[in-house]
Write a protein of this length. Structure first.
Length: 196
């Protein structure tokens, strides 16, 4: 099924998505790679309940795009020149805690994720959407506005957190849904069986 999704989503929206659905996305997302994930967990409430430093932005309820945008800045502000997915497996260690703490409705990335994330997606009613790699220049055309950039001075452009408003970003494919289905795992198992 092809879906044109306007953010924010509801739990019922995400529950209706199934592996194989194609999504075109409009609305606000947050970009974060592995370094940003670690900083978010350290700065926010940690799994132990220990209080960290306050975050300079609120990730609660925002989709997380595994992406390190490329941008240029002039007198009128930021322009995103590259917006493509990065390999999601790098975020596997921190993703279950992020999903639990910040009610992340879905993730966008490349290559799928592991069993801990698959279980966390099912536990929290979230999904994973696969983006096409190598399409950064095309993806940048979907950026309507840069709403904020955080930690740029500390970690540099690709590892900073960017909050972006997108218009019809896609196609994205639901490859891990809230029911626990995982297309990446299914394809890997089928390939293994066909060569056995």
């Amino acid at each position: 099924m092809i879906r044109h999704v306007e953010l924010p989503t509801t739990p019922a929206d995400i529950a209706s998505w199934r592996v194989g659905d194609v999504i075109f996305l409009t609305g606000v997302v947050l970009t974060a790679r592995d370094l940003a994930h670690r900083r978010i967990l350290k700065a926010g409430l940690l799994e132990t309940g220990e209080q960290g430093q306050a975050l300079p932005f609120d990730p609660t309820g925002l989709p997380i795009f595994h992406c390190g945008p490329l941008a240029r800045r002039d007198a009128s502000g930021w322009t995103i020149t590259g917006l493509g997915p990065t390999t999601s497996a790098r975020m596997e260690p921190s993703t279950p805690a992020i999903l639990a703490r910040f009610k992340t409705p879905f993730l966008i990335g490349k290559g799928g994720m592991g069993p801990a994330t698959r279980q966390a997606l099912a536990d929290h009613g979230a999904a994973y959407l696969a983006a096409v790699g190598g399409t950064g220049a095309l993806g940048a055309r979907s950026v309507e506005a840069v709403l904020g950039v955080y930690w740029l001075e500390e970690v540099g452009m690709p590892d900073a957190v960017w909050i972006l408003r997108l218009r019809d970003y896609g196609p994205l494919v639901v490859t891990m849904d809230s029911t626990g289905r995982d297309l990446h795992d299914e394809v890997a198992r089928a390939a293994a069986e066909s060569t056995a």
